[in-house]
Design a protein around this ligand. Structure first.
Ligand code: URA
Length: 178
């Protein structure tokens, strides 16, 4: 990898989207989700009636794994605390985890994304006023998976998950664009 890709967006965002790790374009530009999967994520955000600049986008890993392979456990262990610190600073209304590694880290679950998606969960981001500070998490498929499996079923599942994320934040649900 050539540079860190820390994350970008609104530090007071209501929604944080968490991916897996920077890919090649992200490594070149220093920005998360700017390749083909990034275009899809931007479309998902817009379908929710939001602008990309209004949300915050980050990854579990802050540096590109060789050949875009799946993050290894020691890498997640080293980078994970930075993600949790980012989330604790932003304190969003909802965290949308994109794919397996982000969902596994925040939910601490060994189940696969196919089992976990669409089911609202919660993550504790420290303590506020003496009580644990919890934020809802909505797991969904990674946009790269969606691009590889661009079926009526998968698109419907992702849209359903995004609607639930909007509901959790108390936001209106726009009509489905496509
Ligand atoms: N780009 C990212 O920043 N993260 C991913 O998980 C995939 C592509």
């Amino acid at each position: 990898w050539t540079q860190l890709v820390f994350g970008e967006g609104n530090h007071e965002a209501e929604f944080v989207f968490v991916g897996e790790a920077p890919g090649e374009t992200e490594d070149q530009t220093g920005r998360p989700f700017v390749g083909p999967a990034g275009d899809k994520l931007t479309g998902m955000i817009r379908a929710m009636g939001l602008e990309r600049g209004a949300v915050y986008i980050a990854n579990v890993l802050k540096a590109r794994p060789p050949g875009n392979r799946t993050p290894l456990a020691p890498e997640v262990e080293r980078c994970g605390p930075y993600l949790l610190a980012q989330l604790a600073i932003i304190r969003p209304k909802v965290i949308v985890t994109l794919g397996g590694p982000a969902t596994k880290l925040l939910l601490g679950s060994e189940l696969g994304i196919t089992r976990l998606r669409g089911i609202p969960a919660r993550v504790t981001l420290g303590v506020a006023e003496g009580a644990p500070f919890e934020v809802p998490v909505m797991p969904t498929f990674h946009p790269a998976y969606l691009l590889r499996n661009y079926t009526v079923e998968t698109r419907g599942q992702v849209w359903s998950d995004l609607q639930k994320a909007l509901e959790l934040a108390g936001r209106p649900i726009p009509p489905r664009a496509s």
